[in-house]
Ligand binder design. Sequence first.
Ligand SMILES: Nc1nc2c(c(=O)[nH]1)N[C@H]1C(S)=C(S)[C@@H](COP(=O)(O)O)O[C@H]1N2
Ligand SMILES: [Mo]
Length: 228
Amino acid sequence: MSLENGDPRPYGRRAFLGLSAAGFTSFLWAGPASRIFAPLTSAFSQMLADVLPVGGWRIYTISGSMPVFDPSTWRLEIDGLVRKPVSLTYDDLRKLPQAHQTSTFHCVTGWTVRNVRWGGVRFEQLLNLCEPLPSAHAIRFVSLEQPYDDSLTLTQTRLADVMLALDLDGAPLSRPHGSPARVVIPEMYGYKGVKWLTRMELVAKQPQGFWQKHGYDQDAWVGRSNGL
Ligand SMILES: Nc1nc2c(c(=O)[nH]1)N[C@H]1C(S)=C(S)[C@@H](COP(=O)(O)O)O[C@H]1N2
Ligand SMILES: [Mo]
């Protein structure tokens, strides 16, 4: 998008890391080494990640802190353009039909994790509960980590391998990976996958999400968006 507009700013890996270094600090929390090395700038943690055994994942936050999941207070609010706003507990989500898949994860900065095993709930289940109004066109996903948000069209949430993940590689999501719930859309870059999800707002028009405000494409198709 930026290239078509003749905008010379270098989006993609360099700009992403540049923004992080400028203030959106990304920490490497995954391994024991994180206790020693955090806080670090994103660029440096990325270098370390290339040599440390963290299973291919780089743990990203925009705030440098990670929300804590408390099952007694956590809720997933589904509201906006719906007939029935709902407020779901973690148990409520677990009682819905659970789906499983293995897919590849791509971050726009260039790293990939293959054969990720996700478990969780298809969005169809959640849409059945809240009954979107005809005017609803997209879902805005809001993180407990403010101000991180992003959105998908309803059509995108109905792709066969898109889900609200609760499990990663056979275990409930860990805190660094976004416990208790994160959005998964393997066809798009990882920034569309909001971690520490707490709210789904049904909207008529897709708003600019956190990374869109910094120049990244709304549709983050792997290999086709301006991340390259
Ligand atoms: N709340 C929140 N969600 C987020 C991010 C973030 O910084 N904060 N980073 C996104 C990006 S750019 C990527 S690549 C993935 C990284 O997932 P991981 O931290 O589990 O490796 O989370 C996505 N979801
Ligand atoms: Mo990313």
